[in-house]
Design a protein. Sequence first.
Length: 470
Amino acid sequence: MNKKWKLTRLLLACITLMTNPCIGTINAQQPLSPQTDSLAQFVRNIVTYNNMFVQEKVYLHFDNTGYFMGETIWFKAYVVNPMNNRPNILSRVLYVELLTPEGRVVQSHKFKIENGQCSGQLSLKDILHSGYYEVRAYTAAMLNWPDAPIFSRVFPVFNAPQTEGMGMYKDPFMVPSPFSERRPDMRAKQPKAEKVNVAFFPEGGNLVQGVDNRIAFKVTDKQGNPLATNAIIYNSKQESVATAQVIHQGMGSFNLTPTEGETYYMEVQTEGKKSQPFNLPVPMTQGIAMKADNMKTENLAIKLEHNGRIDTTRALGLTVMCRGVVVRFDQIKWNGQTSTTLEIPKNTLPEGVNQLTLFDTEGRIYADRLFFIKPTKQVQFALENKKNIYQPREKVEMNFKLTDNEGNPLHTMFSLAVRDADTETPTNQANGGNITANLLLGSEVKGYIHDIGYYFEADDATHRQALDLL
C-alpha cells in the first residue's frame, strides 16, 4: 500500500475518551483494544481540535442577480458556525469588498455583526466601466485558515440606459473600458486548456488492480464549460474495455477492473470526431477500492474491496465527517474475505456534504470520498400578493407566512428579495439567493458549480445521480 498522506497528529494533553453518542461505536463504557484505541485517538484529536478552534462561514443574500452602473447593491449577511450552520458569535466585524473585472479592490467596507447578521450596501455610482464585478465577504477569523471558504459572488454590471422608461432594462449591454487592456490583471493566470479536456476521479481516490473500480470523469472545453459526449475506454492493445456517457454537465462514470501491467486511455466524441487519447491514472498494485451507493433513500451502502495484497491484520477505521465534525466511526474487519460492506441509515447523518475516510493506525489514508445528504427540513414560504402586475416604482404590498414541514409557524428574522418575474428564471433564482445551496454544497466543494440550483430541484434518481457525480 503506497502511503497517500498522513493525518496530522495533534499534540494535545489530557484528552479524555469521547462520550458523544453521535460518534459511532466509541463510548466510555466499552473496553477498547490497543488497535481500536489507536484508531479512535484520531477521532478524539479531531473533536478536540474543532472545539478549540471554531471556524466561521459567511453568506450574502443580494437584492438582484445583476446591476447597472449607478445603482446600489443591497445585501443581508449571515455569519454561521459551519459545524451546525447556526448564527455565530465569534466575530463582530464583517469585511465586504468590491473587485473590478481585473481583480483590483475598489471598495472595502466594514459592517457590525449582531447575532450573526448584518446588512449593508455597495454603491456602483463611482465605478468607471461596466463588466463582471466580484463581491467578497469574510471575517478576520476566517483569514486564519488557508482553505477558508471566503464568500465570493460575481455580478454583471451593465452600462446605464440612456433614457428611462418601461423598456430601459430589456436589453442590457456592456461597453468595455478603453483602458482595460492597459490595466494590470490582478487575477491569477489559469493554465492553458486544450479544445477538449478530460479529468478522471476514481472513487475512493485510487485505481486499484484486480478489483472492480468506479471512475467518474468530467469533459470540458477550452473555457471550462461542460461538454455532452460519449466516450470509449481502451487498453494499451487498443482494445475497447468499457464505454461511458456524460450524464450531466460534462460528468459521467464507468466501471473498470484493471489488470496487472496494463494501462488505459479514453477517447471522446465531439462534433462527430474523436479526440486525442486521455490517459487514465496508473492502477495501483495494492490498495482498497471504495464504492458508496447513495441512490437509495433510506441507507448509504458502502463496499470496500482489496486485491489480496494488503495486510488484512492491520486495523482500519472508517469515519464519516460533516463540516469538520466526526459523526460516525466504525472499525473495518475483513473476516478472511476480500470485500466487506456496511450500510448507514441516512437519517443518522447530517444534511450537506459528508466525507468518508478509510485509514489505519498510522494515519495512512486508503480511500476517501464525498457524498451529499439532502435536507429534509425546509422552510415553507406562503405569499399572498395584492396584485399580479406592478408598474415601475409602484409600492408593493404582500402578506406572507413562514412555517416548518409540519405547518407550525416560525418566528425568526429573514431577508426577502423581490425581482422582476419577466427576467427571472428558476436557475437564476437558485444561483442568486439560495442559502441552502451555498452553505450545504457550494462552500463545501472546491471550484465553480455550474447551475447549482439544478441539484435541489427534485429528489428523484436523475438528480441524485447528478449530485453524486458532482
